[in-house]
Design a binder for this molecule. Structure first.
Ligand SMILES: [Zn+2]
Length: 78
């Protein structure tokens, strides 16, 4: 069986701060608003323009991916 991975697949060992690229000015707002994940104020905005720290958004994405993988395995295990 091939171990070749999809080029877009995330790395096995995720390093916080390296998943998303938020260098674009569209991820920056002049005013601080509470992060949608942790509640602390931030100038940063996610792709839907909601206030969010980059690390918080990356953590949420990683959790969603883990939850989806768990759900997939539960469905295929039975
Ligand atoms: Zn946050």
């Amino acid at each position: 069986m091939s171990r070749r991975r999809n080029r877009r697949a995330p790395p096995d060992e995720w390093v916080p701060g390296t998943l998303l690229d938020w260098r674009s000015s569209t991820h920056w707002a002049a005013t601080e608003q509470p992060c949608r994940y942790c509640g602390h104020d931030t100038h940063l905005r996610d792709s839907k323009k909601a206030p969010a720290h980059k690390v918080c958004a990356e953590t949420a994405l990683a959790q969603q991916a883990a939850d989806a993988a768990d759900a997939y395995h539960q469905r295929t295990d039975t």
